[in-house]
Design a protein around this ligand. Structure first.
Ligand code: RUB
Length: 307
């Protein structure tokens, strides 16, 4: 329903909801508790398919329940792991804002797209340090998240220009750095973010304007190492064209993908709480920060396929 949006908030809300759900019901056995938590985790994970922060947050919480040996231990682990995830996530935003603000060139005019908590925090931090002079914010059709971003930057005192999405290339010549968030980062360093991001990255690449992505490490997608693709959420056509107008164009199919993929080649830096990295280092984040052990997986694969 888009009541909770932005990949970081989605992840924190999922962790908090698992904690509330698990704490509100009475269970008699560890098995029942685990089963119900896995069911709840699956319901949550299906709500938005693209933001990898969601399954990563859910996995973080559920894995500690799975590792528990008694019901009491599992219930305590649920509360602890959810609180731990939420605290780490908030801390990550602060760290990224600090690192990212240093990466923005002095006296910059920046452009951003959609409403990313991390990109906004980074821009405001850079403004406070005197590194940002002005901002350009896109409208972000069809859900207009640009209004939320424009208000946040304006409230912080940043002179802000609000433009339609299709004006991004027109204004690119005035821009010193583009800064966005991410819903997912692949093992190859490609970034999935709000639809339109890749067009802006292309325009920035053409104009030699640095394109900086700010993202917590839990938006990196381990499954992409195994050849999984990030599903792109396609939302209702009514978000783009209302039914009455659509009814006048019977041969027109309205398409509404919510996200797109920006290739690693158009990204200058990905700023995480582990520091600013080139996109080619995405695998290192998956291995060292998400603890995703490819060797372990390979071993299990070989055992399963012995025949
Ligand atoms: C939001 C969006 C944001 C990322 C990162 O899309 O694409 O750029 O989620 O946001 P939607 P954050 O509005 O469809 O959820 O930095 O807040 O995690």
């Amino acid at each position: 329903m888009m009541e909770i949006r932005g990949a970081g908030r989605i992840a924190r809300t999922a962790a908090a909801e698992l904690r509330e759900h698990g704490s509100s019901l009475r269970y008699t056995t560890l098995e029942d508790f685990r089963r119900e938590m896995h069911r709840a985790a699956a319901v949550l994970t299906e709500t938005r398919p693209t933001a990898v922060s969601l399954p990563n947050a859910v996995r973080f919480v559920i894995s500690r329940i799975d590792a528990s040996e008694s019901l009491e231990e599992a219930q305590a682990a649920l509360v602890e792991s959810a609180d731990d995830f939420i605290a780490r996530s908030r801390q990550a935003v602060e760290m990224i804002a600090e690192f990212g603000s240093r990466a923005i060139p002095e006296d910059s005019v920046i452009m951003t797209h959609c409403n990313s908590e991390v990109a906004v925090a980074t821009t405001i931090k850079a403004w406070e340090k005197g590194r940002v002079r002005e901002a350009f914010v896109t409208e972000v059709r069809p859900r207009n998240q640009g209004y939320i971003t424009a208000k946040a930057l304006s409230d912080a005192g940043i002179p802000t220009n609000f433009i339609v999405d299709s004006a991004a290339r027109y204004f690119m010549r005035d821009i010193d750095a583009v800064i966005t968030g991410a819903d997912a980062v692949t093992a190859g360093g490609a970034v999935v973010n709000k639809i339109g991001t890749s067009q802006i990255a292309l325009a920035a690449h053409e104009a030699r304007v640095p394109f900086i992505v700010t993202t917590e490490t839990y938006k990196f997608a381990p499954g992409t190492l195994l050849g999984e693709r990030i599903p792109i959420e396609e939302r209702a056509p009514q978000e783009v064209v209302d039914d009455e107008i659509a009814g006048m164009m019977p041969n027109v199919r309205v398409r509404n993908p919510a996200f797109d993929v920006t290739p690693a080649a158009y990204i200058d830096m990905i700023v995480t709480e582990a520091g600013g990295i080139p996109p080619g280092m995405a695998y290192v984040i998956i291995r060292d920060y998400l603890g995703w052990n490819c060797g372990e997986w390979q071993k299990n694969f070989l055992i399963d396929h012995q025949e």
